[in-house]
Design a protein around this ligand. Structure first.
Ligand code: GDP
Length: 536
């Protein structure tokens, strides 16, 4: 029974640069999963200028922002768990951490733009974890780059192999369908449906499916379109080996698909193959070796904490990725870091903006646990064992600010609040080492995080602050190459940057220019300058 439940789980995320169509694709997956009433329930992200107020507004509504969505939908007997990765201005460490909770990812590209900056960053995290990555090229209804060129770009920019599973088919230069290379089937779309308003709703357009040798294809595509399909298909077959599943599962080969999310084009061809290829939960590493998902004992780790979702109750929810066994409502779990037991009274699953209390969940699922403040990001929960899941790395922030206290009498609350928010992982907090003067500096991956901190300091700690610029542009965790303890004074003398400590007392150097980092790396090979640090 448990094996069956676990082998049905498919836990994944969509990674994309803003505007590639992630929200649209998410809605469409719900539509195809039969959760029709939910198409449209995914918060629209149009007009993101107001991201900050959205966030606050959501707090006020006691709703759950898109940043916490775990969308579950059934598909062909499988249980899909789609974890949303916040993007746009609310791009933050949570985005990266979420990628540690999934078993695979769909990389969404805009056919006219190819690989963009945020795609690259998110891809890197997936690559580090060696998880399988699907590629979906979206907006094919619009003029875009040549498919061969896009393959070349993904391969050269991201350093991953690409295997096109579907291939775009055109009539008079207009996107008409996809050819599924493995099934040797052509999916033809009803051209009348393209860009008509009826398709933006919860309706699946009619699709004609036929074999590539069907004579009606020449008519449907016209001569030029048909000849192009045949010659491109031959070219692809000649160019490559078969699809190598092992390389795919190791994250070295990405199956590529083409389509148009807003028009519902290419989605069933994608979903069918996705559901065949996307692997179920796999063993995860702990300090005592890998743990099988089918192990009877429940275990999992906290990858994200959302504080004060419900202000009236000082609500704090820890999101747990279950890695083995079954979580049952009301069960006691062992909190390995503190050695205490915690009762999982109301494990909650999040479906779009609704919360549902769940009686049982399985390896592969993500549940929210109400927590008074015991759990931290990276913590392991088990059924009694003492093993610990490998830590979630921190990523070097890319934006830096200083906070100036408006009322100096609130210094203590200010310090407490900041420390708390940094421990929670909302932002990185850097302070000068003992005996040195300097500002407290905040670092974040997304600018919105500073606004979140300012807002939360004010509403939760009654501390008003001004957010001010600082000249830093890069942060690196520093250690000695020979593994010996680091002398902060020596480091201070060696580099042209600000030496500080993070909330875990790890040494960090803040640089105001790329070249200062490069110079330090060149002149001081005795130090390692790392972009990620393990643990939170
Ligand atoms: P996100 O920022 O990645 O979540 O992107 P959205 O899903 O909000 O989409 C961004 C814009 O692209 C919206 O205006 C969508 O309607 C549009 N869009 C999404 N998919 C397609 C598509 O297949 N074709 C075209 N032409 N537009 C699309």
């Amino acid at each position: 029974m448990s094996h069956h439940e676990i082998s049905r789980r498919r836990t994944f995320a969509i990674i994309a640069h803003p505007d590639a169509g992630k929200t649209t694709l998410t809605e469409k997956l719900l539509l195809y999963g039969g959760v029709i009433q939910l198409a449209g329930a995914v918060k629209a992200k149009r007009g993101r200028a107001n991201a900050v107020s959205d966030w606050m507004e959501m707090e006020r509504e006691r709703g759950i922002s898109i940043t916490t969505s775990v969308l579950q939908f059934p598909y062909r007997g499988l249980q899909m768990n789609l974890l949303d990765t916040p993007g746009h201005a609310d791009f933050s460490e949570d985005t990266y951490r979420t990628l540690h909770a999934v078993d695979g990812a769909v990389m969404l590209l805009d056919c006219a733009k190819g690989v963009e900056s945020q795609t690259r960053k998110l891809f890197r995290v997936c690559r580090q974890r060696s998880i399988p990555i699907f590629t979906f090229v979206n907006k094919m209804d619009r003029p875009g780059r040549d498919a061969f060129e896009l393959i070349g770009e993904v391969e050269s920019v991201l350093g991953i192999g690409v295997y096109p599973i579907t291939w775009p088919v055109f009539r008079s230069g207009v996107f008409r369908g996809v050819y599924h290379r493995m099934a040797r089937r052509v999916y033809l779309f009803d051209a009348d449906h393209a860009n008509s308003s009826s398709t933006t709703g919860a309706e699946r357009p009619p699709v004609e499916v036929t074999g590539i040798d069907d004579p009606m294809l020449r008519e449907a595509l016209d001569d030029a379109g048909y000849d192009r399909l045949r010659s491109e298909a031959d070219l692809l077959d000649a160019a490559g080996d078969g699809f190598d599943r092992e390389r795919f599962e190791a994250g070295e080969l990405s199956p590529m698909f083409f389509g148009s999310a807003v028009n519902n084009f290419g989605l069933e061809a994608f979903l069918e193959t996705f559901s065949e290829l996307m692997p179920p939960p796999r063993p995860r590493d702990t300090d005592q070796g890998p743990v099988e998902p089918t192990r009877d004992e429940f275990s999992g780790f906290v990858f994200k904490i959302q504080a004060n979702m419900d202000k009236a109750h000082r609500d704090r929810v820890a999101f747990v990725r279950i890695c083995s066994g079954r979580m049952v409502r009301g069960m006691k779990a062992h909190h390995v870091r503190t050695g205490k037991d915690v009762r999982l009274a109301n494990p909650t699953q999040f479906l779009a903006r609704d919360r549902n209390v769940v009686d049982e969940s399985w390896a592969g699922d993500v549940v929210g646990i109400h927590d008074p403040g015991n759990l931290e990001i990276g913590d392991t929960l088990t059924g009694g064992s003492r093993f610990v899941y490998e830590g979630i790395p921190s990523f070097a922030p890319e934006h830096f600010r200083r906070l100036a206290l408006v009322d100096p009498m609130r210094r203590k609350q200010f310090a407490t609040g900041l420390e708390q928010l940094a421990q929670e992982g909302t932002v990185q907090l850097y302070r000068p080492p003992a005996g040195r003067a300097g500002d407290l500096v905040l670092g974040a991956l997304g600018q919105l995080q500073f606004e979140v901190v300012r807002y939360r300091l004010e509403s939760e700690y009654s501390v008003q602050v001004r957010v001010e610029p600082v000249p830093y542009q890069l942060a690196r965790w520093v250690s000695r190459a020979d593994g010996k303890p680091l002398d902060l004074d020596a480091l201070h003398d060696a580099v042209e940057g600000m030496v500080v400590l993070d909330v875990r007392d790890r040494p960090v150097v803040l640089f105001d220019r790329e070249w200062a980092l490069r110079t330090a790396e060149r002149l001081h090979p005795e130090y390692r300058f790392a972009e990620t640090a393990t643990g939170v």
